[in-house]
Design a protein around this ligand. Sequence first.
Ligand SMILES: NC(=O)c1ccc[n+]([C@@H]2O[C@H](COP(=O)([O-])OP(=O)(O)OC[C@H]3O[C@@H](n4cnc5c(N)ncnc54)[C@H](OP(=O)(O)O)[C@@H]3O)[C@@H](O)[C@H]2O)c1
Length: 245
Amino acid sequence: MTHVVVTGASSGIGAACARAMHRLGHKLSLGARRSDRLPAVVSDAFCHPLDVTSQPSIERFLAAAIASNGPIDILINNAGLARGVEKVAEATGEAWREMIETNVLGLLEVTRRVLPAMIERKHGHLVVIGSVAGRTTYPSGSVYCASKRALQPICEAIRMETLGSNVRVTSVDPGLVETEFSLVRFRGDQARAAKVYEHTRPLTADDVADCVVFAVTRPPHVNIDNIHVMPTDQAAPAMVHRGGR
Ligand SMILES: NC(=O)c1ccc[n+]([C@@H]2O[C@H](COP(=O)([O-])OP(=O)(O)OC[C@H]3O[C@@H](n4cnc5c(N)ncnc54)[C@H](OP(=O)(O)O)[C@@H]3O)[C@@H](O)[C@H]2O)c1
C-alpha cells in the first residue's frame, strides 16, 4: 500500500490533499503543529505533531511515520505561510525569517530526510506546493514571493540530481485559494482576511488537491513537472475580478 506523508495537514490545502489521498486508498501520515486537529481530517491516518522549523520535530515525526506506515512513497510538502504585508523598507525582519524558515528551509529539511530512501528504493514522488507568488511578484509580498520562487530551482535541481532513480518531482503553483492562509497572514484579523476573497470566486483547497491527484496518478514514466492553477477570476496575484460569486 502506498504511504503518503502530508506536512501542514491541519487545514486548507494540506487537509484537502490528505482527504484526496485517503480516497485513493493510500496510507497516510499527517503532521502539523496543531496536531489535535489531524484526526478529524482523516480518522484512520497516523497523526503526529510536526513543526518543520524544528529539526528534532521533523526527525521525531518522520521516524514515527515510518515506524507506523513503512517507507514513504509520496511526500506532499505543503506546510507554509505568508506573514504580514510589510514593504521591505518598513519590515522588522521577524516575518521574513518565519517565512524562509518554514517555506524554504523547513521544506528542505523534511525533503533531505525523505529523499535518500526514495533514491535507494528507486521509487518515490515529491510534491511541492508552491504558489503563483513564486512566478509573479507583488508589492508587500517580497519575501513570501522569494520563498515560493526558491522552490523552483530546488525542484529542478532535485529532478537533475535524482535522474535515473525513478523519483518524480512535481510542483503545484496555485493562485488565490480560500483557506486559513489570509487569517494567518493577517494574524487572526478575520475581517481583513475575508476581504481577500470578497466578491470573487477563489479556488478551493479541493481544486488544488485535484491537481495533486492528477500528478500522482500518472504512470511511473510520466513526471508532471509543474501545474499552475488559477481561479478563472484571477489573472495575476494583484489582478482579481470582483464581480460577485
Ligand atoms: N491559500 C492560498 O491562496 C495559497 C496560494 C498559493 C499557495 N499556497 C500555499 O499552500 C500551502 C498551504 O496553505 P493553505 O492555503 O492551505 O493555508 P492554511 O489553511 O493556513 O494551511 C497551512 C498549513 O501549514 C501548516 N504549517 C504552517 N507552519 C508550519 C510549521 N512550522 N510546521 C508544520 N506545519 C506548518 C499549518 O499547520 P499548523 O499551523 O497546525 O502547524 C497548516 O496546516 C502553503 O505552502 C501556502 O504557501 C496557498
